[in-house]
Design a protein around this ligand. Structure first.
Ligand SMILES: Cc1cc2nc3c(=O)[nH]c(=O)nc-3n(C[C@H](O)[C@H](O)[C@H](O)COP(=O)(O)O)c2cc1C
Length: 172
């Protein structure tokens, strides 16, 4: 089922933002104001991060780079495509924690974007060796996700989740 954006565009509280966000795979060509997404990125960096490593870096892919990434739908025609990378930690645990912090950063970004009617598409394409090279990712960093964003052309229906009751274990 496709929901038309105007029907969900309203002032949303945090629960509504979390529950109405969808992975968008088809975007309008309309640009997103750079001042807006810079604001979301800055605020996203208030994500929790252990030892204040602030382990995220962002690489915006322009048209030439996007072409070289050879994504099958060119990221659904999103006007913006950015890779978000994580720096390795000094230990394996620190690397895991840094990656968790970057995921928080990305979710912060996605929810702020959604709050202003901008949809996001998290792709794992950046993890491939070829994509790393295209993006010029340095040694000691990994791509956590390529995040395409723009105004949605289509918003997919919710993908139901397993009841959280089935995910909870209570210890004595
Ligand atoms: C780490 C990560 C990698 C993902 N990679 C892809 C991807 O390569 N291609 C894709 O279509 N969706 C990708 N997604 C999006 C998921 O498929 C999507 O979140 C899931 O189907 C649930 O849909 P929803 O986000 O609309 O709730 C990725 C999501 C995460 C968190």
């Amino acid at each position: 089922m496709i929901i038309i954006i105007d029907e969900v565009l309203a002032v949303m509280n945090i629960e509504q933002l979390v529950t109405t966000r969808r992975t968008i795979k088809k975007f309008k060509a309309d640009p997103v104001d750079e001042a807006l997404f810079m604001k979301w990125l800055q605020a996203a960096s208030l994500a929790p991060n252990h030892k204040m490593t602030e382990p995220w870096d962002i690489i915006f892919a322009g048209p030439e780079t996007r072409g070289k990434l050879k994504h099958k739908t060119d990221f659904g025609g999103a006007p913006e495509v950015m890779a978000v990378t994580v720096k390795h930690g000094k230990t394996d645990l620190e690397t895991v924690e840094n990656t968790a912090a970057v995921a928080c950063f990305i979710q912060n970004f996605m929810l702020q974007a959604w709050d202003e009617g901008v949809g996001t598409f998290w792709c794992s394409l950046g993890a491939s060796k070829a994509a790393r090279e295209v993006l010029g990712v340095e040694e000691g960093s990994e791509v956590v996700g390529i995040i395409a964003f723009g105004y949605p052309e289509e918003i997919p229906a919710i993908k139901d989740r397993i009841s959280i009751e089935d995910k909870i274990k209570k210890l004595p």
